[in-house]
Ligand binder design. Sequence first.
Ligand code: PLP
Length: 418
Amino acid sequence: MNSPIWHPFTQHGLGHDIPEVKSASGALLHTRDGREIIDAISSWWVTTHGHCNPEIIAAIQKQVEQLDQIIFAGWTHEPAEKLAASLIAMTPNNLQHVFYSDSGSTSVEVALKMALGYWNNLGIKRDRIIVMEHSYHGDTIGTMSVGERGVFNQAYNALMFDVDKIDFPATGHEQKTLDQLEQYCRSGKAAALIIEPLLLGAGGMLIYSPETLKAMRDICTAHDILFIADEVMTGWGRTGTMFAFEQAGITPDILCLSKGITGGSIPLAVTLSNATIFDAHYSTDRSKLFFHSSSYTANPIACAAANANIKIWERPETRANLDILCAWQKQHLDRIAQIHHVQNPRQIGSVTALEIADSKGAYMSELGPKLLAFFKANDVLLRPLGNTIYVMPPYCINEEQLGTIYSLIAEAIEKFIA
Ligand SMILES: *Cc1c(COP(=O)(O)O)cnc(C)c1O
């Protein structure tokens, strides 16, 4: 197909076919040429209850007829007020303020600006951000700066700012990470730590323990360093609990949410902050206000979709169904882990991941594109990260669809490795 569209993360020079999706429902995508694709990665981690969820769609339809969009600087509307109140009620008590934006990246940019604005307004010079190895926080210059560096952002190096990086706390090496964090906190220059709680997504679906997360929070508390939890991907049930940080019994100072906030139906993001950070911006002095806005801040249609999503979560069967999916995922992972060449099978909540390696244990980076093409040709949307295959389905997926995904993964291992 001849199209002027420049797609994200796509090398057009390789001439890959770009299928056109006509409609979607539940865990299925329907293409223009009549294929039915199982969405095994929730359309890049956003779709939670399934595509075109009737309740969310109805809420969008109702809202769009009433109020489509207004300026949010100095004005407000009911869907945003209702959503903010719900978010405050469902998160820890210390989180008391909600700032709206449009994407995961902007929610992180806002978090970083809140942290720096906080120290600036207190008149204390602290402007270093502590980050974790293999992290991903977005694709803007600021969020790339706090994320892993590599081929995907080396061209923009000149514009990225310096950060203090701690190791990923791999099993058995947690203390080293904690010592590094302690050292950076002692420098007196650190403003905040930003991390993906328990599960690093784009960095390779890497899982670390709640105990380590708790220990990191404790170190930040001891040194008065702001703790930013980027739950853009882990939020809304992915890790088995509503938010991943709950499993460590901790509370962040700043919380970033997006992706599943509207059930994956329409873009929206929030950055929640504690009262201390808000108060540092609260003044009769205009120069201390929080200098951030985007045109579509708190779009009413998106807020209505998020309110519908929260209503779905208020029903006990939503969590019960998620628990069932988590159990199915465990069964499938246990089974596929038996296959030779499968390494590091791992699971957290509704997400499973595994690596495949050849018999010598060497990783094959060319494997990724081959797998991608194979899955696409076989009507399953999976997008391996190098040699890491992960399954992160919408919660409405049924047993048969999930079975199909794992059969195809087993077939791929057979075809490309064994
Ligand atoms: C996807 C993601 C982001 C960026 O969100 P966008 O909506 O794509 O800008 C930030 N942080 C994490 C952890 C993510 O997974």
